[in-house]
Design a protein around this ligand. Structure first.
Ligand code: WQD
Length: 343
């Protein structure tokens, strides 16, 4: 297959970034990664190469430094698209350290946008989040749902970033953008060569659950079963990370196609299926035959009761659908966890 355009993936050794690099390479793109390794390991590049047989160009660097980015564009000409994952993403941490989040997430985006016209980059796919919707008035939630005041600095950086992109393009910037609002990404690559690498105590449900199942962490605490849901635990739209990655490739193809689409488009990326915490635990146990030691605890501050996507627009406009069955995703998450224990 002839090599397609060169794409820059910022945060490309991260969880969703690395899975997206794999899918971009499989689609024939020439991928450059820039990552400051603040929340990932350089061995992820080896994992990507083992999966695809192609080693992406890897630049260790911080996108909050404009000169670092300009040097990269000068040294590696021909970048036509950017997928921007480089951002801090822990909700709780953002409450404790808002300046770090505003600086890292917003200055990174501003620098990238600054470089795009000068170096002929045509499109940027932005990693946004369903967190911009806050606690929805109704589910499933589509792209026309109101953007609610952010409930954390992290969520606010996603809202502000979307506005920065819109304003830059409205001011006449010769670029296009697609904003992808993720629901809850979970799982790992089927090869178990790349996956989620939480540093310290996992904040998110699935990595904590697999560590509890592996016995390397105490039992999982279910944060509340007194919500107004069928089994009392919170409901989310859990989307397989490889399905999510594939949506980014389709979005990039759409941006580079030259077809006449709106210069900014928004898509909710979810399965359209809500699952409760207890249902996810059962799905894991059913899929793997492994027990998850867990206890019922009190609610976690700031948690939304229930949110799941209406993915109709992405299904119809992008021709993309999240199709990995939850049990398969759970088996991939478990295989990845087991591969970590063996290291
Ligand atoms: C899911 C459910 C918890 C841990 C966050 C961000 C979102 C995105 C994904 C970055 C909730 C429950 C969790 C545990 C539990 N991040 N839970 N015990 O909070 O939906 O979304 O991560 O892009 O922007 O907001 O994900 O995995 O933390 O929680 O019961 O030990 O699992 O209460 O109901 P969340 P999560």
């Amino acid at each position: 297959m002839a090599t397609k355009e060169r794409i820059l993936v910022t945060g490309g050794t991260g969880y969703i970034g690395s899975h997206t690099v794999v899918e971009l390479q499989k689609a024939g793109y020439d991928v450059v990664i820039i990552d400051n390794l603040s929340n990932s390991e350089p061995t992820v590049v080896d994992g990507i190469e083992k999966i695809t047989g192609i080693r992406p160009i890897f630049v260790e660097g911080d996108c909050t430094d404009l000169e670092t980015l300009r040097r990269l564009f000068l040294k590696l000409p021909g970048i036509k698209g950017i997928i921007n994952f480089a951002a801090s993403k822990a909700v709780g941490e953002s409450v404790k350290n808002p300046i770090l989040y505003y600086r890292n997430n917003l200055v990174t985006l501003l620098n990238l946008l600054d470089c795009m016209p000068e170096f002929g980059v045509k499109g940027i796919v932005f990693s946004s989040s369903c967190t911009v919707y806050g606690e929805p008035d109704m589910n499933p939630i589509d792209e026309t749902a109101p953007i609610k005041p952010a409930t954390s600095p992290y969520g606010n950086t996603k809202q502000i970033s979307e506005e920065i992109i819109r304003d830059f393009i409205r001011a006449g910037a010769p670029i296009k953008s697609i904003l992808l609002r993720y629901f809850n990404p979970i799982g790992a690559h089927e090869s178990a060569l790349i996956g989620e690498l939480p540093i310290g105590v996992p904040q998110n449900l699935v990595p904590y659950m697999t560590q509890a199942a592996a016995g390397i962490r105490g039992e999982l605490t279910v944060f509340g079963t007194d919500y107004n849901t069928p089994d009392g635990s919170c409901i989310r739209d859990y989307i397989d990370v490889t399905d999510l990655a594939r949506a980014h490739v389709i979005a990039m193809e759409r941006l580079l196609s030259g077809e006449d689409h709106d210069s900014v488009e928004v898509f909710n990326l979810g399965t359209g299926r809500g699952l409760s915490v207890l249902e996810l635990i059962s799905a894991f146990e059913r899929a793997t035959g492994v027990h998850v030691p867990h206890t019922i605890g009190k609610r976690r501050e700031g948690d939304i009761e229930q949110i799941w996507a209406d993915p109709k627009k992405a299904n119809e406009v992008l021709g993309w659908k999240a199709e990995t069955p939850i049990e398969e995703t759970m088996r991939h998450a478990w295989a990845w966890q087991q591969s970590r224990i063996k290291r």
